[in-house]
Design a protein around this ligand. Structure first.
Ligand code: LLP
Length: 424
C-alpha cells in the first residue's frame, strides 16, 4: 500500500519501504534523524515534465533550493536538466555536481556584484532580473568583466496563486519581479544598456499551487507583454514559466505535471507563440514526494490536554510545520498491532513551535522509527543548526541500493570557524 502522493514509499506487510529498501533498516544503519530519497521517484517526476515538452525547444531548470544535495543535482544534471539558482553558493554546487552552467538561470531579488561576476564568468544561460536597479548594476558588472549578460525580466503578473502567503510571489505586494506596467520600459532600458542582451521573459507566481487556473492567467499576462515588447522592436527568445506546481501532502489534488504543461503549451500555441523556447523551474514537484525524514521515538509523554510523542528530529531538521503550519504526513516505519493514540509529534528543540505534526494518530513506542512523508523538498535545504544540533545525514536509494550522500554533521564541524578570544 503506497502513501499519499508517494508511489515509491509503500508498506510491504508491516514494514515501510522506499523503493526496495526497508526504511527501518536505513535508520539502524545510518542513525536518525535521516533524510532518505528515492532516485527513481525523482527521475519519474522529471520525466513527466520531459515527456510533455518533448518535440519542443525547452529546458527544465530544477529549482535547486528545494533540495541541493550534490547527488540530487548530479542525478538531474545527468538526465539533461538545467538549474534555477539564487546564489553563488548554489552555482558552486551545480559546478561541483557536474551541471552545465550554460543551462543555469540565475533568479533572486538581491544578487550581489560578486555573484553576478561569478555567474558571468561561469557562463550562465541568463539572469532573471527582478528590478530596474539590478539591471543597471548588472550592466556595469558585465562591462567591467568584458562580457555580455543575457537577461530575462522576471515580471510580476499580479496573479493570485491561491497558496500560503509566505510562498505566494506573483502579487503586487510581493517583493518579486518587475511590475507588469513597468516591464516594457524596463525592456527598453535593458536593450539600451551596454553589456546586456535581452534573452527572455519569466514569471513565478508562487509555490505549492494546486490549480492550473493561476498558471494560465499568468501565462496570458506574460504573452501580452511578449507581444508588446516585440511590437517595440525587441525580440524575446524564451518564455520561462517558473516553478510552483504543488504536490500531495495529504489530500491535495494538483494537476499532473504533464497535464499542466500540455494546457500551457496549448495556450502558447493558440496565441501564436509555439516557436519559442519554453523553460520551467520546478522544485518541489521534482523532489518533494521522493523523500522522507526518519526519526526515532524518544519518549511518549501523555498529558491532560495533549499527548506528546517526542522524536529526535526537530524544527531545525524540518522547518515547514513551524514556519508555514504545513501538514506533513507521519507514519510508523513498522506497523504495530496496537490501538493508535492521538498525539502531537514534537522535537527536542526548546520552542513551543517545534512540532512536526499535531493530533496525529499513531501506534508507536520509544525506539520505534517514524517517517515524515513528502520531505524531499524544502526539508534538508532549510535545515539549521539551532540548539547546536548537527544537520541530519542523507541517503539516496535506487531499487535495492542505498548510498550515504551526506554525512551527519558533527559537533566539531558546528563550531569550526569560530574563535575564542585571546587569553589574557
Ligand atoms: N523559481 C523561483 C524563482 C522560485 O522562487 C521558486 C521557489 C521556484 C522556482 C520553485 O518553486 P517550486 O516548484 O518548488 O514550488 N520553502 C517553501 C517554498 C519556497 C519556494 C520559494 N521559491 C516551502 O517549504 O513550502
Amino acid at each position: 500500500m503506497s502513501l499519499p502522493g508517494a508511489p515509491h514509499v509503500a508498506y510491504r506487510g508491516a514494514d515501510l519501504f522506499i523503493d526496495d529498501v526497508r526504511l527501518s533498516d536505513l535508520a539502524h544503519r545510518y542513525g536518525t534523524p535521516l533524510y532518505v530519497y528515492s532516485r527513481t521517484a525523482m527521475l519519474d517526476a522529471l520525466s513527466a515534465y520531459q515527456r510533455a515538452l518533448s518535440g519542443r525547444d525547452h529546458l527544465v531548470c530544477y529549482a535547486m533550493k528545494a533540495n541541493s544535495n550534490l547527488a540530487v543535482l548530479q542525478t538531474f544534471a545527468a538526465a539533461g536538466c538545467g538549474f534555477d539558482i539564487v546564489s553563488a553558493g548554489e552555482l558552486e554546487r551545480v559546478l561541483a555536481a557536474g551541471g552545465d552552467p550554460a543551462k543555469v538561470v540565475f533568479s533572486g531579488v538581491g544578487k550581489t556584484r560578486a555573484e553576478m561576476a561569478m555567474a558571468l564568468d561561469a557562463g550562465v544561460l541568463c539572469f532573471n532580473v527582478e528590478s530596474e536597479a539590478e539591471l543597471e548594476v548588472l550592466s556595469t558588472v558585465a562591462v567591467a568583466a568584458g562580457r555580455t549578460a543575457k537577461v530575462s525580466l522576471r515580471v510580476n503578473p499580479d496573479v493570485d496563486a491561491g497558496t500560503h502567503p509566505y510562498i505566494s510571489t506573483g502579487l503586487k505586494g510581493n517583493k518579486f519581479g518587475v511590475a507588469h506596467d513597468r516591464a516594457l520600459a524596463t525592456y527598453r532600458r535593458a536593450a539600451a544598456l551596454p553589456g546586456l542582451e535581452v534573452e527572455g521573459i519569466d514569471c513565478h507566481i508562487g509555490s505549492q499551487i494546486t490549480d492550473s487556473g493561476p498558471y494560465l492567467d499568468a501565462l496570458d499576462r506574460v504573452l501580452d507583454l511578449v507581444e508588446a515588447v516585440e511590437a517595440a522592436g525587441l525580440s524575446i527568445r524564451h518564455i520561462d514559466l517558473g516553478g510552483g506546481l504543488g504536490i500531495t501532502y495529504t489530500d491535495e489534488r494538483p494537476p499532473a505535471a504533464d497535464a499542466l504543461i500540455a494546457a500551457l503549451l496549448a495556450r502558447i500555441d493558440a496565441r501564436g507563440h509555439g516557436h519559442r523556447k519554453v523553460l520551467f523551474e520546478p522544485g518541489r514537484s521534482l523532489v518533494g514526494n521522493a523523500g522522507v525524514l526518519l526519526a526515532e521515538v524518544l519518549y511518549l509523554k501523555p498529558g491532560e490536554a495533549k499527548n506528546f510523542c517526542i522524536v529526535d528530529a526537530a524544527m531545525n531538521d524540518l522547518m515547514r510545520p513551524a514556519m508555514y503550519e504545513a501538514y506533513m504526513g507521519i507514519v510508523a516505519c513498522t506497523r504495530r498491532d496496537a490501538v493508535p493514540q492521538t498525539m502531537d509529534v514534537v522535537g527536542p528543540v526548546c520552542e513551543s513551535g517545534d512540532w512536526l505534526g499535531r493530533d496525529r494518530s499513531l501506534a508507536v513506542r520509544p525506539g520505534d522509527v517514524v517517517a515524515v512523508l513528502s520531505a524531499g523538498a524544502y526539508g534538508m535545504s532549510m535545515a539549521s543548526n539551532y540548539n547546536s544540533r548537527g544537520r541530519a545525514a542523507e541517503v539516496m536509494v535506487s531499487g535495492h541500493e542505498a548510498w550515504l550522500v551526506r554525512d551527519r554533521e558533527t559537533p566539531a564541524e558546528l563550531f569550526r570557524g569560530e574563535h575564542l578570544l585571546p587569553a589574557r
